[in-house]
Write a protein that binds this ligand. Structure first.
Ligand code: MG
Length: 187
């Protein structure tokens, strides 16, 4: 079976950041924004009463990262991909101050089988070489030299993934099965 290098986004691909982030902002500013309201990537267009600094402040609180929960199936199926012999790298865009909480409170906690050495921090994912990128952000796929699995999210609903060479995926089970197919069937 072909062994692949699989690049996996962390936020809103492995773990649900958006729910926790929105809940923080709603509580702090007395708002009632829902996940399904996040129809664009830029939260400035959703939280129009807040400044960019106010919107991004929760990410700089290390305790926020304690509240994140894995996206259904991510813990199980990423482990299966590694057990199948694939090289899995987490590729995440992170402020230097949030790198440590992301490792300690997300990777070590839920994905202890992934070494921190397999975590790549970059805001330019197209620089990274791999066979597949799994990511909810359209801008991380465009121009990348990898197969593009667009993780379904409210903010990318209106994007025509297929017309732009991407495969829209909506569950980790689906992702796993697609990768098994790419590799020529069940091992
Ligand atoms: Mg993401």
């Amino acid at each position: 079976m072909e062994k692949l290098t699989i690049l996996v986004d962390m936020d809103d691909t492995m773990v649900d950041l958006m729910s926790v982030w929105i809940a923080r902002l709603n509580k702090q500013y007395g708002l009632s924004i829902k996940n399904s309201d996040i129809c664009v990537w830029d939260l400035m267009q959703i939280f129009t009463a807040l400044t960019k600094e106010q919107i991004y402040a929760p990410l700089h609180d290390p305790e926020l990262w304690d509240e994140l929960q894995p996206i259904e199936g991510s813990v199980k199926y990423i482990k299966k991909l590694i057990d199948d012999g694939h090289n899995v790298y987490v590729v995440t865009s992170a402020h230097y101050k949030t790198f440590q909480p992301k490792i300690e409170k997300v990777i070590l906690k839920y994905f202890p089988y992934i070494s921190w050495r397999n975590v790549i921090v970059t805001s330019k994912k197209q620089m990274i070489k791999g066979d597949i990128l799994i990511d909810d952000a359209v801008h991380n796929h465009i121009g990348g030299d990898y197969r593009k699995f667009l993780m379904n999210a409210p903010h990318n609903q209106n994007y025509d993934a297929e017309a732009n060479g991407m495969i829209r995926v909506s569950s980790w089970k689906e992702i796993y099965e697609l990768i098994v197919n790419i590799c020529g069937g069940v091992k």
